[in-house]
Write a protein that binds this ligand. Sequence first.
Ligand code: PLP
Length: 390
Amino acid sequence: MAKIKELDSLITDNVEFNAIIDKIKELLKNGSQKEAILIKGNKVIKNHEIYWALKYLGVKYVAVSESDEIVNVSLEFLGFYDEISDPGIRVYNNTLELIEKDKPTPLVKLNGIINDKKIGIWGKLEWYNPFSLSIKDRTAWYIILNNLDKINNKEKIIEATSANTGISLSAISSILGKKAKIFMPISSPDYADKMLKIYGSEIIREGNSTNDLIEKVKKIAEEENAFVPDQFSNIFNVLVHLRYTAKELDYQAIYGKLRLKGIFASMGTGGHIAGLLLYFHNKNKGIKIIGVQPEENSAIPGIKKQDFNKWWDIKESPDKIFSVSYDEAIDMIIKTARNNGIIPGISGGAVLAGIKKAYEEGILEEGDYVCVIPDNGIKYLDEIYEKINT
Ligand code: PLP
């Protein structure tokens, strides 16, 4: 007879990530757990992939049995939305609990982005994350959380970053009593140095992009016995957005009665768009995931053109990509500020410029679209202000 147990009460073996990704897709497509996990006592003895897939989908409960059994238990019944559906009154015992539990980030309808009453444009405001005031807190927190055993006997965390991941890692290092050494390209915004210095991190500025720093960071980490989160290839950078960013959005869209047609997102490591792809391409067929990248000669902090040949191994890619210029991104920041009273960061401006282009090309359907806004314009005030004066 199948029973329902708390997932965290079970003991299991590790499994290859590729098998887990396939199982995650299957669970999302079915919307339910179809096979019970075979257990003996509290030990999983078969269907380890189902255990891990459910764990990374963030369910609380799981159907188990002591014999092979077909079940059909909906993910919702297993507590799929529980961890993001009740922010309560937001009192936390420490800042790690804050980042873990203070979810979801707000989803807000934005006015004046395009001029068409039949299309709703919504912003998911990722600057509501506490450390770097950006979406990258999610990545830093989840990679660290899932590697605590490796970090425990290291003194230091070393990472290549365009800015925000380094700031989040420095914050989390401080909480854990570790040092952080942050490698940033010359072009990274100045606010990063100030925040990193406040956290007491060591800063090394070199190279033209994070791509130039990745190998060097790995080498130095070996010499200095440091942990490298490696946001560029660590699958937890995707799984965190699957479990939280995407699931939050899904729940918010249901709750807010959106007719969700598509999601626009910028791409740096590609972590958040990959999580959105994995989730929405499998769970909600028909929702388009659209990437936004900088035009050839435009530098936009935090984002870059993707090489999909060397990308995340999730066998999904964006439905369409728009390239936008730095100036188009700044124009949209100003437009958003003057119509809504909030100032997105530059990559957020780029995402909004992307949806405006999509509208002008006539590819938006009647319904609602979400733009993921990674951080806030307060970090880039001088740059934005300069454009107002010219
Ligand atoms: N926007 C900003 C401001 C960022 O700092 C980053 C990444 O560092 C991104 C967008 C891109 O996010 P992702 O790395 O998830 O693709």
